[in-house]
Design a binder for this molecule. Structure first.
Ligand code: NAD
Length: 503
């Protein structure tokens, strides 16, 4: 039996329970359908077949989940951190135990290739372990002495929080937000993306099994404009951690304004990879290809704009075209597959619409530029050459396996082009000139920059974007800054002079 056939068989056994019961919400420790009884269908991007029905949560479900989170908050906040730490480690253990189920379900639900998703499940476990270990120091503050006062700062969890996640690598991103919220002592209402509900449900079940008290983690499935909107407006929800499109972030900010919601946004990107002529071109090529074509290009940190020095551009593009044409597009559960189908038809239509836009813009489609097969949302990895930075294909986030190549003459022009975008999430710089690397990165407008490397995530470092790519940072202690309130307490050191009124 081929590995693909065996993976499909395993998947089918994992999917049975979803097909029988649908994907249910989890509120206050109880699983159930939406209160209205409403449902929607989730389909696979591989063959457009129905996977299962999903609870379509509405305002009343969010209200119940927020109430459960509010009631569960004081006990979770006051649980000694070492006990919280044990539960979070238990969640990580159970993720590892169910890693195969998570990976197969995520591939089928999102179209992501198994070669990447099997690692994503384990990275989710690592996120829990990392923040589990940090939970014992979450409340740590500072002592800021002044002549008259011993000034102490402490931190307390902000309260129940809402977590809203997108469909790209949904499992990993959910753990990335929920683990620090729980480690900080917050309770959570999670609204996952409607297009990829399976692994969010598995994750919530795992948390429940790991002994998380009822109400600490609530899951409400549903649409952004319904359940998502209500979550951002709910008065008991003190903060929203959101990952998704920039325009949705803007909407959430408006929706949360009446309740003065604290927001943390991880949004879109149009990230440059800048290749100077003194770079190790072979390594730069590997990294540029990996960063745009892995994960179907449905990746916020993807290097979607390739800026090439004009003296190396011909050679680089020739090698790039050869490699792009050899990338293996196929069934996501086939271990040989490098690119699977895009998430859904609307997104497929959006991504493929850029093929015509590229022609209208006057660029050349040097590789790809077409659909693969006539079932499922498969597209060929695509490269646009002869582009300039003012073209639509260089300015808009396409969010698919589509790379736009642009040439530059000198460092000043490279910097101008790299920064000439509404976004500022990541940037990648390839040069062997250390002084240039320092000068250039200092001026780059991006939240995260890698020099001579692809994106390698180190959990204690800050993750986030500038400009339209986001507000706030995740990772290390930065996550706690968002999920916690700073509190200042001044202790008088002696009898300093207090102004006397009416004396
Ligand atoms: P999206 O903004 O359409 O949806 C994200 C989530 O928001 C979904 O759960 C959706 O239901 C919900 N939502 C939609 N409208 C809402 C509303 N009015 N109120 C509350 N919730 C609402 O994004 P998507 O298409 O699912 O994801 C792709 C986008 O996410 C890309 O732009 C990508 O760059 C971005 N992204 C960014 C990062 C990062 O770290 N910066 C990471 C992953 C994805």
């Amino acid at each position: 039996m081929s590995e693909l056939t065996s993976n499909v068989e395993k998947l089918n056994s994992y999917l049975q329970r979803f097909q029988q019961n649908g994907v249910l919400n989890l509120i206050g420790g109880k699983s159930g359908p939406a209160m209205s009884g409403a449902e929607f269908e989730t389909t696979s991007p591989v063959d457009e077949s129905l996977i299962c029905r999903v609870a379509r949560g509405g305002s009343e479900d969010i209200d119940a989940a927020a109430e459960a989170a509010r009631k569960a908050f004081p006990a979770w906040r006051d649980m000694p951190a070492p006990e919280r730490k044990k539960i979070l480690h238990k969640i990580a253990d159970l993720i590892v135990e169910r890693a195969e189920e998570i990976a197969l379900c995520e591939c089928w639900d999102t179209g992501q290739a198994l070669r990447f998703m099997s690692k994503a499940a384990l990275r989710g476990a690592e996120n829990f372990r990392f923040f589990a270990d940090m939970s014992t120091s979450a409340r740590d503050g500072q002592q800021l002495q002044s002549p008259t006062l011993m000034n102490v700062t402490t931190r307390v969890p902000i309260g129940p929080v809402g977590v809203i996640t997108p469909w790209n690598t949904p499992f990993m991103l959910s753990t990335w937000k929920i683990a620090p919220a729980l480690a900080a002592g917050c309770t959570v209402v999670h609204k996952p993306a409607e297009f990829s509900p399976l692994t969010a449900r598995i994750l919530a079940e795992i948390a429940h099994e790991a002994g998380l008290p009822p109400g600490v983690w609530n899951l409400v499935n549903g649409f952004g404009e319904e359940a998502g909107k209500r979550l951002t407006e709910h008065p008991d929800i003190k903060a929203i951690a959101f990952v998704g499109e920039s325009k949705t972030g803007s909407m959430i900010m408006k929706q949360g304004a009446d309740t003065l919601k604290r927001v943390h946004f991880e949004l879109g990107g149009k990230n440059p990879v800048v290749v100077f002529n003194d770079a190790d071109l072979d390594r730069a090529l590997d990294a540029a290809i990996f960063m745009i074509y892995s994960l179907n290009g449905e990746r916020c940190t993807s290097s979607s704009r390739l800026l090439l020095h004009e003296t190396v551009a011909d050679e680089f593009e020739t090698k790039l075209i050869e490699r792009v044409n050899r990338i293996n597009v196929g069934h996501p559960l086939d271990p040989a597959t490098e690119i699977g189908p895009l998430i859904h038809k609307v997104h497929f239509d959006k991504v493929t619409s850029y093929f015509d836009i590229a022609r209208q813009n006057g660029a050349t489609i040097a590789a790809g530029g077409s659909r693969v097969g006539d079932t499922g949302w498969f597209v060929r990895p695509t490269l646009f050459t002869g582009a300039t930075n003012d073209m639509t294909i260089a300015q808009e986030e396409i969010f698919g396996p589509v790379l736009t190549s642009i040439r530059f003459r000198d460092e000043d022009e490279a910097l101008r082009l790299a920064n000439d975008t509404q976004y500022g999430l990541t940037a990648y710089v390839w040069t062997n000139d250390l002084t240039r690397a320092m000068r250039f990165t200092d001026k780059l407008e991006a939240g995260m920059i890698w020099v001579n490397s692809e994106n390698v995530r180190h959990l204690p470092t800050p993750f986030g974007g500038v400009k339209a790519s986001g507000i706030g940072r995740d990772g290390g202690d930065w996550s706690f800054e968002f999920f916690m309130e700073q509190k200042h307490i001044g202790f008088a050191l002696g009898q300093h002079k207090i102004p006397r009124l009416g004396a």
